[in-house]
Design a protein around this ligand. Sequence first.
Ligand code: KG4
Ligand code: ZN
Length: 342
Amino acid sequence: MNIILGIDTSCDDTAAAVVEGGTKVISNIVSTQTEIHTKYGGIVPELACRRHIEMIWPVVNEALSVAGIQLDDLSGLAVCNGPGLIGSLLIGCSFAKAICYSRNVPLLAVNHLEGHIFSVFLEEPKPSFPFLALIVSGGHTCLYRVDDFGAYRELGRTRDDAAGEAYDKVSKLLGLGYPGGPLIEKIAQKGNRSAIEFPRAYLQESFDFSFSGLKTAVLNFVKRNELSLTLKDTSRIAHHTSLNDVAASFQASVIDVLVRKTEWAIEKEGIRRVVLTGGVAANRELRKRMKEMGHEQEAEVFIPSPFFCTDNAAMIASAGYCHLNAGNIAGLDLNPKAYMPL
Ligand code: KG4
Ligand code: ZN
């Protein structure tokens, strides 16, 4: 039956999922740590890994019990071994190795970015190969050409901040809170996207991205206009028109660059299938704009449901299934890596 348990502890979510045949999600449990990190305005790595230690067993148990299976029913256990926060990755990897050793289950090592790409195979419609994959998350912004399972060519990546990181940092400097993406998206809906002309780093002739200049431009604008709210004042946000305009204009800048670069990649690679995934792909405006671009370019655009765009373990199990079929079994000396290109 090929039942894979997936585990992801790469960042601040403890996630476990059971997936059958690489595509059928039987259970998908994510325990977020938002309430722990919110007051610091970002993830505190030491607190993240301590929480993973507390949550890993309950989350895995829940994934198994919702699926109605036991460890002995597993065909394989897929764990994300990087890239990510090293302390957090260590918890998931050590836990996975212990189970695989004690129950004699094949261990499957999955790159987090490969997992994000495979989130698109958890739902219908599924793309056929080759396709372009734009991964936009808190830690990554990269564009790949995907010719098959295991055949990934990086076309571009961010040279500084990831798109989600820019959302989180701008949210912090506006005094909105963490994680920034959903908070900025919410107030941006009430703002004017053309109110402020923030820069767009198109980096001509390159598929690389850069968002740190945009972040600095927002900071300078806020300082000049004394716009930032303190956390105490968030009740006023809904009525704070200027702040809404900053959020909408910032978001427009990020989305314009992501969509335009994907459009160029469609033209250059001659591939008319695009997968958009990663936490920022949960953003409604980005989803809408990418689909509109696809329509204009006569390209198919595949975007997983928001729950599969953000970190989850079903995507890890899906990629793990392909590793199992390819006979790509990891040794029990598997080590996590904070930096691990696909
Ligand atoms: O993929 P993910 O869950 O974790 C990483 O691998 O990083 O992505 C998290 C990132 C955060 O930076 C968060 O602010 C951003 O995704 N994000 C969003 C939205 N939801 C989450 N960004 C923009 N709009 C959203 N609705
Ligand atoms: Zn991720």
